[in-house]
Design a protein around this ligand. Structure first.
Ligand SMILES: Nc1ncnc2c1ncn2[C@@H]1O[C@H](COP(=O)(O)OP(=O)(O)OP(=O)(O)O)[C@@H](O)[C@H]1O
Ligand SMILES: [Mg+2]
Length: 390
């Protein structure tokens, strides 16, 4: 049995994102483990001492999780459990979660309540499946399910506001009133960090100054380049490219896996994040505007005064200024004047942090679906999960 170093009152908090799985315990400041939500299965044929394939040996099957899975993807089969907020591969989700809880968090999860955080607008059948998996396969004793945007807002000490949550595969604009997300005013776009990484990769391969380094254009290297150097242009890419590059040599340098340092120009650093602003009706400012317009006039002032940016992709510098600038054309001047963009320093993990705080409250137990609730409601599982999920 795995040793469990937590007391009875702890809740296991899981934020299951398409890019990363964040797991830890309630009451703590940050997740204990953050793992890329990926696994890969590689079959290796052993080699003899001289490096030749040993045809007499049995092939070995190796399973990798997280970043190791991404790095070994080309050698075998890469499995991504969640794509764009939706369940894509049920079996691998089970394996990745089991690995994160049992091997990394080292917890006997059957013993503790679980708070599972999922995307806004997660379909009910997906929540039903997740509840079934946790009760039937993981044998958990109780479970709560909550909307990541509400918890991201909660992490900033607010219960009212407009949350613009920017993850790996999806971005949502979610108005929240007194702790409740407003579904009919929630808008989503299928763009996130993975699209910026893809754009970085594309530009990297095309830039004449970088063609000599093509062999390094792997997604995980490009993700690291994005996270260290990308920036959102304050007004538009065109204007940015027409101006002098404001970055110092150090701010433009990136170390490739073989130790080579390359200088990355503005086209890549500012160009890749433009994907967030390019989608017409599905751009970051547009979904924010649509979320605002779908709410009562009286409530809009509260929303613009509490415009909270959350999720890993909100870490890109320059976002706040660009959103303010673009919203100027999309909302009336009196509202725009009042706009306050909230950027918490821990926003990369805001949903998990909000979950950790929420699960520490004494009222949290009211949100739990117990094993008994689940057993009794099995004939109409959606009823039980939908009633209690938040
Ligand atoms: N400093 C950074 N700058 C830019 N992007 C970053 C930074 N840190 C993390 N990211 C990006 O944030 C994304 C992950 O964010 P997050 O963990 O919120 O997504 P997720 O919850 O896994 O996905 P989703 O909510 O879309 O299912 C990744 O694409 C990652 O590269
Ligand atoms: Mg997320």
């Amino acid at each position: 049995m795995v040793e469990c170093a937590v007391d009875e009152l702890d809740v296991i908090v899981i934020d299951a994102g398409g890019g990363s799985l964040k797991v830890g315990f309630s009451g703590e400041d940050l997740p204990r483990t953050v793992l890329s939500t990926a696994m890969s299965v590689v079959t290796e044929i052993p080699e003899d001492d001289e490096g030749n394939v040993d045809t007499t040996a049995q092939p070995k099957t190796l399973t990798y999780f997280g970043d190791e899975a991404l790095q070994n993807a080309s050698k075998g089969t890469l499995k991504l459990p969640l794509k764009r907020g939706l369940l894509h591969d049920k079996d691998s989700l089970e394996d990745v979660l089991e690995h994160a809880l049992r091997s990394l968090l080292k917890v006997d999860y059957e013993e503790l309540p679980i708070l599972l955080i999922d995307s806004p607008l997660t379909p009910q059948h997906q929540r039903d499946f997740l509840a079934e998996m946790l009760f039937e396969k993981f044998k958990v004793r109780s479970l709560a399910m909550m909307n990541s945007a509400v918890l991201s807002l909660f992490s900033t000490g607010r219960t009212r506001g407009m949350v613009v949550e920017m993850g790996h595969g999806v971005t949502h604009a979610v108005p929240v009133f007194e702790g409740f997300a407003i579904p009919h005013a929630t808008f989503r776009m299928d763009y996130g960090g993975q699209d910026i990484t893809d754009a970085v990769q594309k530009i990297f391969k095309e830039l004449p100054s970088l063609t000599a380094y093509q062999q390094h254009a792997h997604p995980w290297v490009m993700r690291s380049l994005k996270e260290s150097l990308c920036h959102v242009a304050p007004h538009s890419l065109k204007e940015q490219l027409a101006s002098e590059d404001p970055a110092s040599d150090e701010e433009r340098s990136f170390e490739l896996p073989d130790g080579t340092i390359v200088q990355v120009d503005q086209q890549l650093r500012y160009g890749a994040p433009e994907i967030l602003f390019a989608g017409g009706d599905r751009s970051l400012p547009k979904i924010t505007q649509m979320g605002l317009n779908a709410c009562d006039l009286d409530f809009r002032l509260d929303l613009v005064r509490n415009l909270v940016l959350a999720g890993g992709t909100s870490m890109i510098p320059g976002l706040s200024e660009r959103i303010r600038n673009e919203m100027q054309m999309l909302v009336p001047p009196d509202l725009h004047r009042q706009m306050e963009v909230i950027l918490d320093s821990q926003r990369k993990y805001s949903a998990w942090i909000g979950g950790s705080m929420f699960a520490s409250l004494s009222t949290f137990e009211h949100f739990l679906i117990t094993k008994q609730d689940y057993e009794e409601g099995k004939s109409s599982l959606s009823g039980v999960v939908a009633r209690k999920a938040w």
